[in-house]
Every structure is written in C-alpha cells, then in structure tokens.
Design a protein around this ligand. Structure first.
Ligand SMILES: Cc1cc2nc3c(=O)[nH]c(=O)nc-3n(C[C@H](O)[C@H](O)[C@H](O)COP(=O)(O)O)c2cc1C
Length: 185
C-alpha cells in the first residue's frame, strides 16, 4: 500500500452474463470515494477465472492470485444478489477458496433482490462468522422493483446513500480496530 489508509475491496458477488452487480458496485464506490477515509477498489470475482473448489491443486495460479488480492485488503463490502434465497455459487466458491486471507477483517453487505436480498445477506453472515470476518450491522437493502428500472437499470432511491455511509462508518472503524490482530497473523 502506498499510504496508511485502509484498503477496502468492494467484491462483486455475481459473475452472470448480463449481471447488474457492476452498476451497484460502482455506485457504492462513488459514495465511498467521496469520504477520503480509505482506498476503495472494485474486486470482480469474474476477473479471476477461479476454478471450482477441488478441481485443481493448491498451486493453481488463479487461486494464488485471488488469495494475494484478499491478503492485500483490510476489509470488504460484499455486493450480494439473491439467488434461490441465498448467495451465488460464484461467491460461495470464492469464499471457500481462501481462509487466512479472510481472517480478522471486517465486512459490510449491500444486497439486492425482490426483498432487498435480505435472505442472501443473512446466509452470508453465517459464512462470514466461520471465516472470522466481522460483519457490521448496517445493511443497505436494494429492491429489484423500486431501485431498478425493468430490474436492469440501477436507479437507487436517494435514502440509500445515507445507509451506505453508515455501513462504511462501521466498516472502517472495525477494519482499523482489527489491524493489530492481522499484524500477528
Ligand atoms: C438462478 C437465479 C435465482 C434467483 N433467485 C432469486 C431469489 O430467490 N430471490 C430474489 O429476490 N431474486 C432471485 N433472483 C433474481 C436476481 O436477484 C436478479 O436477477 C439479480 O439481478 C441478480 O443479480 P445479478 O444481475 O448481479 O447477477 C434469481 C436469479 C437467478 C438467475
């Protein structure tokens, strides 16, 4: 890192062709960048061409590259979309392909779906506990019906901006507080 600022990855949870997650991720990054309190970057799982867990050996370069990226981050914002009341297979696989690189970091969740992606987000929270990722309470939930046009063009209600900032306040505080534990790893 070029300075002492925390480095936060905004992880796009879907890899589907035609996905809307890049629009949501860029919107969160736009809000985050205005704060000046951390370095924020989009981390797109699709860029890593990750193998399905167990189909390659531990030395797979894509898995190594994924772990290196995660090790470089202090915290995460997960952009979560609801698939069959849970997270995507792509996100679960990406979570499973690292362990220590996730530990002792904080995360916020921004989700979307017909009910704001709430069911997927709650599933994710259970997984984050096992990976020793501290997930913050405030959770912006975006509706496919009212925050998107035709469920494809992202037009978020203005009120979500404040919730994203509240989530980021908690995320930055916890990412900083856990830094001494990461130093011991
Ligand atoms: C396989 C599949 C299952 C889905 N299941 C749900 C669901 O259970 N609940 C929901 O609210 N939306 C569901 N959806 C709708 C998605 O949340 C919606 O298509 C969203 O745009 C997906 O995110 P993405 O475009 O970033 O991939 C599902 C979509 C797919 C493709």
């Amino acid at each position: 890192m070029s300075n002492d600022k925390l480095h936060i990855g905004i992880i796009l949870g879907s890899t589907r062709e035609g996905r809307v997650s890049p629009q949501v991720g860029e919107w969160v990054k736009g809000i985050a960048d205005m704060r000046g309190d951390a370095q924020y970057e989009i981390v797109d799982i699709a860029d890593y061409n990750l193998p399905f867990l167990g189909t390659t050996d531990d030395a797979d370069p894509a898995v190594s590259r994924w772990n290196e990226k995660l090790f470089s981050l202090d915290g995460f914002v997960f952009i979560v979309q609801e698939y069959n009341h849970s997270i995507t297979g792509a996100l679960k696989n990406a979570l499973d392909l690292a362990r220590e690189a996730w530990n002792n970091k904080a995360a916020g969740i921004v989700s979307y779906g017909s009910t704001g992606g709430a069911r997927a987000a709650e599933h994710l929270r259970g997984i984050l506990g096992e990976l020793m990722i501290a997930d913050v309470r405030t959770h912006p939930t975006l509706s496919l019906f009212t925050d998107f046009e035709n469920m494809t063009v992202f037009k978020p209600a203005e009120r979500h901006r404040q919730t994203v900032n509240e989530m980021l306040n908690q995320l930055i505080a916890w990412s900083a507080a856990l830094k001494p534990l990461r130093a011991k790893q």
